[in-house]
Design a binder for this molecule. Structure first.
Ligand code: ZN
Length: 316
């Protein structure tokens, strides 16, 4: 076996490890919410569709605005309470798409998508989790303005953590969509794939939505077999990552490959093949002779692949 490669310090996973205390017991406390909104330390993250508004402040950008500032950018669709950051209230506010277009042209603002913000490190890493929380929740509101039971317009309640139907009384809760993302491995080799939308040279874990009535382990085995024709046995959970595109939770796993022949589902994948551990180490280090790479360090796929390269995976 080759010596364990030195991949350097472990980078931080994006959108995870939130420093926000969600204070869910305050969501129904009108007096507390009113006081939070007036608190001089209250700040809001601003989202317009898929875009986030940032203030240009030297090297890193600042994603926080006072509530009064936010209102100067035009009408607000929803204001939701994310929680407390060291006792300072944090909100997320949905702006109209026109506000994003207007701010794009203004000096001192950066208007971009949350994926670019994480990949390019545009804000302090601590902001990524509350931004993911706010963006996912506001996206859900944008798609649930009408009751899925009777079709009537719904009302935002509980500081943005529920929508109620005034006609049929149905209560609607924000959704999170589970996605399994996995690395099938066998000894010194693993299976990586390429989606049609990947940039040239990038290879990653296979992934797919968990279906209703399906366990995580079964979803891992089904997706790996469907996309790459590989039959998997034991599955080991690794870690998870909120993935606000729009409202997913990535559930990272390693899977024991029991078969070797790859059969690619061309509708799902551009390509898939076996990779040797040494080759993958070069990809993680961005030193592959052909320029092949893994996903960026903020993505859980990087961490799933790295854990295997560093021999931290055991099926016991
Ligand atoms: Zn209804």
């Amino acid at each position: 076996m080759s010596p364990r490669p030195d991949l350097g310090p472990k980078p931080r996973l994006g959108y995870a490890g939130s420093s926000i205390e969600r204070a869910s017991e305050r969501r129904t406390d009108a007096a507390a919410l009113s006081a939070f909104a007036k608190d001089q330390h209250a700040r809001a993250y601003l989202v317009a569709g898929d875009l986030v508004i940032l203030k240009q402040t030297g090297a890193a950008c600042d994603p926080l605005f006072t509530l009064a500032q936010a209102r100067t950018f035009g009408p607000t669709a929803e204001i939701i309470f994310l929680g407390l950051h060291r006792d300072a209230p944090r909100f997320a506010i949905a702006l109209e798409p026109q506000a994003a277009e207007m701010l794009k042209t203004r000096e001192g603002f950066v208007v971009t998508d949350l994926r670019s913000i994480a990949v390019r490190g545009l804000v302090e890493a601590d902001h990524l989790a509350p931004l993911a929380e706010g963006k996912a929740l506001l996206n859900w509101h944008g798609r649930h303005r009408f009751c899925s039971t009777c079709g009537a317009a719904t009302d935002l309640v509980e500081a943005g953590w529920r929508r109620d139907c005034p006609v049929c009384r149905a209560q609607h809760f924000p959704r999170t969509d589970p996605v399994v993302i996995m690395l099938a491995v066998a000894g010194e080799r693993c299976v990586l794939g390429r989606s049609h939308r990947f940039q040239p040279g990038m290879w990653s874990c296979l992934a797919g939505f968990v279906e209703p009535g399906e366990a995580i382990e079964d979803a891992v085995r089904r997706e790996t077999r469907e996309e790459a024709g590989i039959v998997c046995g034991r599955v080991r959970y690794f870690a998870s990552q909120p993935w606000p595109f729009p409202t997913s939770l990535m559930i990272g796993c390693h899977a024991e490959a029991c078969s070797r022949e790859i059969v690619i589902d061309r509708a799902e994948l551009d390509d898939a093949r076996w990779f040797e551990r040494e080759e993958v180490a070069a990809m993680l280090l961005r030193q592959h002779p052909d320029g092949l790479t893994t996903p960026p360090t903020m993505a859980i796929a990087y961490h799933i692949i790295r854990a295997w390269v560093e021999e931290e995976v055991e099926f016991g």
